[in-house]
Design a protein around this ligand. Sequence first.
Ligand code: BES
Ligand code: MN
Ligand code: MN
Length: 464
Amino acid sequence: MEKKIINDYISSNKERFLNELLDLLKIPSISADNKYSADVLKTAEAVKTRLIEAGADKVEVCPTKGFPVVYGEKMIDPKLPTVVVYGHYDVQPADPLNLWDSPPFEPVLKKTAVHPDGAIFARGACDDKGQMYMHVKAFETMMKTNSLPCNVKFMIEGEEEVGSPSLGPWIIENKEKLKGDVILISDTSIIANDTPSIDAGLRGLAYMEVEVTGPNRDLHSGVYGGAVANPINVLCKMIASCHDENNHITIPAFYDKVVELSADERTEMAKAPFNLDDFKKDLNVDDIRGEKGYSTIERTGIRPTLDVNGIWGGYTGEGAKTVLPSKAFAKISMRLVPDQNSHEISELFQKYFESVAPKSVKVKVTAHHGGEPVVVPITSAGYIAASKAMEETYGKKPVPTRGGGSIPIVALFKKELGLDSILFGFGLDSDALHSPNEHYGLFNYYKGIETIPLFYKYYTESTK
Ligand code: BES
Ligand code: MN
Ligand code: MN
């Protein structure tokens, strides 16, 4: 009965729920680019307004050293459990702009093969405005239909895409305010719209920048070429040396703390549906590549990686310029798995990189933001409630998966607040997160709004 009331409320407000999200998507809240600071702040204010309208109390835009955290709550009874919802209102930069079929901050609806009901195309549609806003609308729905079964607190940040530098200190200062029982996050993916799944872990991240310096100035590549180390050639060789012929990472001690899964656990993981041909077709690649001895799902879920994210130096302008560059640069990220530690891995990387540099160059290694890997016990009350909720709305029990991406703050929620995070994502990996033409399926958006209240219900019931 209650379920019908909830679903009727969602159906009769469908269009408004969508239009409100579209409005939010029009604000370019790019946290990485200073030019957009005012827009990031504007988005925080918009989220605040929406939380108030949805029925939250004590809604505030909490200042931090960086972009603010939007907080709001509904405490109905201190004896009932408290769900703490986390999400982020900032988005990735939109470039390369020329590869978008429509402007990134002018959302449009289009049907795709994967989303026959239509999808919203805009930066942040899936990551994370669309997924975050499902929680605001699910909360409104529960408020308006008198079906909120427990307390709720919202913590929506504006710096996730730049590594959440201010949120860590903010949660440490606000432990009392954030007292709760479980963290609920929709910022991950499911396997497919007919195959629900819940991430039972996320990888961590160590992000490095390297600078290789050769001669004190750019040189004529004819006059000097052949006699002086070219920093770009050297850097490429150093990077290539980070993997062996089996695509194992060669940095000494890199794997020392990696938890190997048991044969049983690997068999369990292999049950998740995965089609290699579809995978290749989606990416338009003829073959895949990865660490020997592991499946694709394992390579993105339970194994660490080392990847160059960007590399530059020398002449990259139009035409040809014969130059032997003075400097070469690269940004290199390593995805980490339990029990690797981002600080230790950054140090190992630095030592290794310095050790493989020939005397003919100088090398400088610096660490950017990082984050620790996490596992979420699938036996926890939160996971079970999430699983039941999805089973009810998808008609299928969700598969436990390991997410390849990172949400660095999740490990801190555990460490500082003692809380497990339930990774209740509804997006698809094919939704082009961080890429041109990011989108979010309407099916996914509404399915999330419908499923979230069931999480609250089952979670609350489980604590009685
Ligand atoms: N929502 C993603 C993380 C994600 C996406 C996890 C899909 C699992 C599946 C998040 O916004 C993100 O992009 N995180 C960054 C971390 C960072 C910028 C420190 C990442 O994973 O690169
Ligand atoms: Mn995200
Ligand atoms: Mn992201």
